[in-house]
Design a protein around this ligand. Sequence first.
Ligand SMILES: NC[C@H]1CCC[C@@H](CNc2ccc(C(N)=O)cn2)C1
Length: 245
Amino acid sequence: MRFDILTLFPAMFQGPLTESILKRAQQAGKIAIHLHDIRQWATDRHRTADDTPYGGGAGMVMKAEPLAAAIRAVRAADEQAGPTILLTPDGELFNQSIARELAALPRLILVCGHYEGIDERVRATLIDRELSIGDYVLTGGELAAMVVVDAVARLVPGVIDSESIVEESHSDFLLEYPHYTRPAVWEGLSVPPVLLSGHHGEIARWRRAERLRRTLARRPDLLARAAAAGVLTKADLALLAGWGW
Ligand SMILES: NC[C@H]1CCC[C@@H](CNc2ccc(C(N)=O)cn2)C1
């Protein structure tokens, strides 16, 4: 899967996209991440990528020409097609099901806005989709882009073992079960005995019950979505009924 990121601050991406799992995934050729400095397409002498807003008001707006030239050049750089997505607080709320949808695509082009925003005429003609990672405003779209790349890239086959994806948070609307590792007793705290029993069926049942219990306690809204999506079994529903759900 190919990710193209258009930004005024490419250096911001050193770290999250150059370490650990995403670094290994790039080295293994599972994903490719290309950073593009929008300023490269600002052709005037001062290479300005932003200007003052029509109608007055504080702040600056990202100019249409450089951004449009950048998007068109990046699109042309690879015959693989993919949506051009703007990261903005006004966008559709990003979640795990959108991450799964995007992970099935061959390419994503992510546009990181800055300042007060980007010229609306670019949004109207060249942006296919707008995504928000949450209801808060950041200084730029870069952190939001890193979040989207991380959440999507890890779902690309071969990036992490598919086993751990199945049981993780939000994979079927439910939160994760608790995790333990050695030592068996730490500061007087032990591990639930079922996990040391070797009874894989009982362990699976205990883990499922823990996922349900935690989701009921912390995110009842997700439980309702799980029920609506039909991912709760009869055994799940019986347990939940026992807890008063
Ligand atoms: N009008 C402010 C707005 C104009 C366009 C550029 C953004 C960059 N900042 C962002 C981007 C995304 C998010 C998010 N929640 O995904 C938050 N903040 C700021």
